[in-house]
Ligand binder design. Structure first.
Ligand SMILES: Cc1cc2nc3c(=O)[nH]c(=O)nc-3n(C[C@H](O)[C@H](O)[C@H](O)COP(=O)(O)OP(=O)(O)OC[C@H]3O[C@@H](n4cnc5c(N)ncnc54)[C@H](O)[C@@H]3O)c2cc1C
Length: 546
């Protein structure tokens, strides 16, 4: 095949990805398509001279493989100088790794990633046949580390130290931020759009999970007629493709283990688990490497030309502050989403026999700085369940209404080091200060009104008789959406990185996780974090190619 006519929805990058061709070579053969991320339906893509050079990553010999993913010891990593070294394998770190591997192919550059936690599970927890929604919750409680009582102003938060981070447990809700949110950002919605497109494609984000399910269709109709005209199916990161013709789609719910798998099939990289980064090493204003410790407290130095820190909103400022990286804004502007959850009892008799599942979303608007997500039936019980779980016919069922509000970035909300208390690795613990501003409280008031309005609309149409709704206001952290403690911006007095995630004043040190988000918006953050991480990676690739 010398050329190919692009189909609807395709970009040069998606053609390269699908045909497993090198994007840089494809770009050079197609000067009429300067941007690899614009849609090119109907255009001719020149492939000549390319079809004989597909990217094929050499796999390590199988006999070396002792785990479900190749691992490298810290001893070995300390003998290599990496072109890019990534800290943390939650959402942000693996997105950077995937993009580097996809763009670089087999170009001889060295990529490493160190993860503090161990191998816990090899896929999203809901892809595991032995877990249902309630067992997943129990499992999460046992393996996560709550900030809890030590942080009375932010008591609901928890951390996951494991390969995959919190993406092993997330609910996959993946809306984009609203264009109005970007008024407070150093980059525009339009600038992030190509990266949203890439992230949505690679994370399998679509509205398909609940589309055409009876309960979703009926609820959309009721609520659109009750003052919620924008309500629609929620975009989720779920692979809906059937396993067929040799291609196995066993990772339905996305976790960043999928990034690692895709990266590994492009080219090899070095991954160490149980590898806690404790210090960024620097010389003359440049990062030179990392000091990493194993659980037996042995210390290793790993050299790197560029470092990307993706250790989470809590651990990224902790690592950089304890490494002495200067910056007035570091740790500050911590945000979450204020959160109200209402539970409404629904009368089953209004619905036909086959109910399906419910996951719908009212996005924020210019005048309503909050979003609402409805889920059910019976909260998460029938939102996710293994095929072999007995699904009884219900007489009544609960649905949840989760309202998430914008929280403004305030200097006074911060994470700082508590030098009076150090952990077993000698790293100071954190202390968190957080309170809602008057503006946040006014938004919470509006959220309450909207929630009550939605509850009344449902009770007046399909609600079970004589049943009271339950309403709870979540404490900070219970939303799992902490952001902003290493925010990006143009002004070093109000931001910790530049608009590409590069730490102010250090040319080879970057941040790519929830902490760089400069303004919370109302949307669940992970899609935005991944889109930003891919954008940061493209910037790094460009810098290193100079
Ligand atoms: C139950 C649940 C449901 C959620 N649902 C949604 C949802 O529907 N939609 C959504 O957008 N978001 C959701 N989230 C939030 C989502 O999981 C996070 O936004 C996302 O995982 C944040 O990515 P991150 O890279 O910033 O941090 P993390 O995922 O926390 O990853 C950080 C990683 O860095 C590692 N690390 C930390 N310190 C070090 C160190 N010093 N050295 C080496 N490694 C280190 C950690 O072990 C961890 O693996 C949910 C979270 C939970 C828990």
């Amino acid at each position: 095949m010398d050329s190919y006519t692009a189909q609807t929805g395709e970009t040069l990058r998606s053609v390269a990805y699908r045909m497993r061709l090198d994007i840089q070579k494809l770009l050079s053969l197609n000067p009429h398509i300067p941007n690899p991320d614009t849609y090119i339906a109907g255009q001719t893509v020149n492939l000549v001279r390319m079809i004989h050079i597909p990217i094929a990553a050499p796999q390590p010999p199988e006999t070396d493989l002792k785990q479900w993913i190749p691992l490298t010891s810290l001893e070995e990593m300390s003998q290599t100088e990496y072109d890019v070294l990534i800290v943390g394998a939650g959402a942000g770190g693996p997105a950077v790794l995937w993009r580097l591997c996809q763009q670089w192919g087999l170009n001889g550059k060295r990529i490493g990633i160190v993860e503090r936690g161990d191998l816990l599970i090899p896929t999203h927890s809901m892809n595991i046949p032995t877990l249902n929604a309630s067992r997943k919750r129990d499992f999460y409680k046992n393996i996560s580390y709550p900030l809890g009582k030590s942080q009375p102003e932010y008591p609901g938060a928890s951390q996951v130290f494991a390969l995959g981070g919190k993406t092993l447990f997330w609910s996959t809700a993946s809306p984009r931020m609203h264009p109005a949110d970007f008024n407070e950002w150093p980059i525009s919605y339009e600038e992030l759009t190509p990266y949203y497109n890439i992230a949505e494609r690679v994370m399998n984000i679509s509205k398909g999970y609940t589309q055409d399910s009876t309960i979703t269709t009926m609820m959309l109709e009721i609520l659109r007629g009750s003052g919620f005209p924008e309500i629609t199916e929620l975009p989720t990161a779920i692979d809906l493709t059937a396993t067929k013709f040799g291609q196995v789609h066993s990772n339905a719910l996305f976790s960043s283990i999928a990034f690692l798998g895709s990266a590994l099939n492009q080219r090899p990289f070095d991954l160490a688990v149980n590898a806690r980064a404790v210090q960024i090493l620097s010389e003359n204003g440049n990062a030179t490497g990392l000091r990493v410790m194993s659980p037996d407290k042995k210390s290793y130095v790993i050299k790197a030309k560029t470092i990307v820190v993706s250790a989470s909103t809590w651990e990224t400022p902790r690592l950089l502050l304890s490494s002495g990286i200067p910056g007035k804004a570091i740790g500050h502007y911590l945000m979450n989403h204020s959160k109200i959850v209402a539970t409404v009892k629904i009368d089953r008799s209004y619905f036909p026999e086959v109910l399906g599942t419910l996951f719908i979303w009212k996005p924020r608007t210019l005048i309503e700085p909050y979003q609402m997500i409805l889920y059910g039936p019976d909260l998460e019980r029938y939102l996710w369940y293994p095929v072999f779980e007995n699904k009884e016919v219900l007489k009544e069922f609960d649905i949840g209404i989760e309202t998430l509000g914008v929280v403004e970035p305030q200097f006074e909300n911060y994470i700082a080091l508590n030098h009076a208390s150090v952990d077993a690795y000698g790293v100071p613990d954190i202390q968190v200060r957080f309170s809602y501003s008057e503006k946040d409280k006014a938004i919470i008031g509006k959220m309450l009104q909207a929630t009550n309005h939605m509850v009344a609309s449902l009770l007046g149409t399909i609600g079970a008789k004589n049943r009271q709704p339950e309403l709870s206001f979540y404490v900070p952290g219970e939303d799992y959406h902490e952001m902003g403690s290493y925010r990006m911006g143009n002004d070093p007095s109000t931001s910790a990185t530049n608009p590409y995630g590069r730490i102010h004043g250090i040319s080879n040190l970057y941040v790519a996780d929830n902490s760089v988000i400069p303004y919370s918006g109302a949307a669940n953050p992970t899609l935005t974090t991944v889109a930003l991480a891919i954008r940061t990676t493209d910037h790094i690739i460009h810098q290193l190619s100079k």
